[in-house]
Design a protein around this ligand. Structure first.
Ligand SMILES: [Zn+2]
Ligand SMILES: [Zn+2]
Length: 325
């Protein structure tokens, strides 16, 4: 089968990659559309020390399940699905506490210990698969995973009064987070570096500014770092008010060399935020409440995916989709 593999050093497109065999409890999924995410690009720079098939954002069709005697699983065959990316043991202290995303022995699709979705076929546990309503087409459904990550912030923050919220970063995730936050009773602004990306905020009636045009005055109640850069935390510390909150979405966060004293002096609460609720994301997509189509900058086929990854690293890219037909 066709697959985009990162071998630990370089990207390699293969058309003779072996088909996956689903272990007990898992299904084989054939992706219809997949999305390139900043995490995929970071992995190619060594993040997580991953090697294998890349990719974790997809909408696909269930081709088969390992155990056909499991009726609930067998019913999924032929269905269009999205899938949560953390594959868990179900018995460790985190799993039994309901913190399954934090399973001590988890694997993560295309990120940690498990081949990803940039291939003609991949496997996921049946319990990770969620059928996609007919109202959500493939181009929308492929945004479920990153939109869920944006929705996770709402689970972690208490919103009181009408807070001033700054979303740092005008990339793939920042523009989703901005739209999710703008639905709240909050004054939201996006700070970025790319005029053509910030321009999308105008369309959505969300305030925006270029980074070099803002004064950092320690006056924001909440700052959400979606920069994907270790710079983000430093900028966030300059913007957040005393006793305010910083939400970190950046997965390259490398605080080396950053003076963390302002967090102590200003008693700032820092919240790490990762994967989120797929149900809420699918509901937003089904209701047309978030504009994801404007984020699609490129479409490519799996056999052109090496070039697509290079293009996705360019500053004009927002979301590159990979198609399989
Ligand atoms: Zn991602
Ligand atoms: Zn576990």
């Amino acid at each position: 089968m066709r697959a985009l593999v990162f071998d630990g050093k370089a990207l390699d497109y293969r058309d003779d990659h072996p088909d996956p065999q689903p272990p007990a409890g898992e299904a084989v999924v054939r992706p219809l559309v997949a999305g390139i995410c900043a995490t995929d690009l970071e992995i190619c720079r060594g993040y997580m020390g991953f090697s294998g098939v890349l990719g974790h954002e997809f909408v696909g069709v269930v081709e088969s399940v390992a155990d056909t005697r499991d009726e609930a699983a067998a019913e999924l065959v032929g269905q269009r699905v999205v899938g949560t990316i953390n594959c868990v043991c179900g018995v460790c202290d985190m799993c039994t506490r309901g913190l399954r995303e934090h399973c001590r022995s988890r694997t993560v699709l295309g990120i940690d210990g498990r081949d990803g979705c940039f291939a003609d076929r991949f496997t996921l546990p049946v319990e990770n698969l969620i059928p996609v309503p007919d109202a959500v087409d493939n181009d929308h459904a492929v945004f479920t995973e990153p939109l869920a990550a944006a929705c996770q912030i709402l689970r972690q923050l208490r919103i009181e009064g009408t807070p001033y919220v700054t979303v740092l970063g005008d990339g793939r995730l920042g523009l989703l987070v901005a739209q999710v936050m703008a639905r709240l009773n909050a004054s939201v602004r996006v700070i970025g570096k790319h005029p053509h990306k910030l321009e999308l905020c105008t369309k959505w009636s969300i305030k925006h500014r270029r980074l070099d045009q803002v004064m950092s005055r320690n006056d924001q109640d909440i700052v959400i770092d979606c920069t994907g850069s270790s710079e983000g935390l430093k900028i966030a510390m300059d913007m957040v008010r005393p006793r305010g909150r910083i939400v970190l979405k950046t997965t390259v966060a490398d605080p080396a060399g950053i003076d963390l004293a302002p967090l102590v002096v200003n008693e700032v609460e820092v919240i790490g935020s990762r994967c989120g609720p797929f149900g809420e994301a699918l509901a937003l997509l089904a209701g047309g409440e978030v504009d994801v189509l404007s984020l699609i900058t490129r479409r490519t086929r799996i056999d052109k995916s090496v070039q697509a990854m290079h293009n996705a690293a360019r500053s004009d890219d927002i979301k590159t989709l990979i198609e399989f037909d």
